[in-house]
Design a protein around this ligand. Sequence first.
Ligand SMILES: [Zn+2]
Length: 306
Amino acid sequence: MSYSNIKKKLESGQVVILDGALGAELEKVGAPMDKNLWVGKCSNDRPDLVLKVHEKYIEAGADVITTNTYALAPISMKEHGYQDNITNWNIKSVEIAKAAAKNSKSEVIVAGSISTYGSWYRLGQDTLKKNFEEHLKILGDTGIDLIILEAMTSEVDTVKTLINCSKKVNLPTWLSVSCAFDEETNKVMLGYQESIGNTKAEIYEDFDKAIKQFSSLHDGPILIAHSDIKIINDAIKIIKNNHKGFIGTYPNNGYFEKPHWKSIEGFTPENYLNEAKSWVKNGSQIIGGCCGVGPDLIKPLSKLKQ
Ligand SMILES: [Zn+2]
């Protein structure tokens, strides 16, 4: 399937299935996590397992799979002494995802993940800009089908810098951001909450105001990622009021109990499908999963296509 087929599906009101978490799933199948590059190094160390996880998501019905490049940002790789592997490991990650898509009986496309992973915003927007441009150039040259700007957990300025950098790459672009609930004002905010009930949410800006700004720069789909399931429907409504492009959702299931992700006990694939039905009803057409959402929860989502 080419991106034009995905676009046709979205335009005719159909649902498109995105994959789930790569990191947690790779850990599950025994891939070693790197203390600096987290899941990123797996593309070099255990390409077989990365392939296996992509294939699991394809088997579960994903139309779009995401490259294991979220944690392979040039800025991060340089910081940890992997500067000579930046291009090579990113290309490897794309090749693994492409191989999985090619082996598949169904039509699957590959999204190149660019992230704001790490606390690099302290270095300023100019430094971030160079990093995003370098990463986008590498991935843009690999023949991926689309770019997904995984700006989740980032504040407004960083998201805007990322969007602006993406304009130099001539590929369809999706943007994902995260949101959190501000208990003081009872508002949905751009921000994130790693541990529900344990830590205070990181709150940046009214989600409403943030989406207005992003929408003025980006007309592609906006997705809500790495956010609590409970907040998704309110967030979809805010995007719908402020953005003409398509809407997507790939929330978390659970929370961090560092260093591991803890899924909500007793949360079933059927529970996830029921939540997803409400997102579709409210206008979300791209549905996948973030932390704690594995192939078991992605699998029933195909029912949303009927
Ligand atoms: Zn997540």
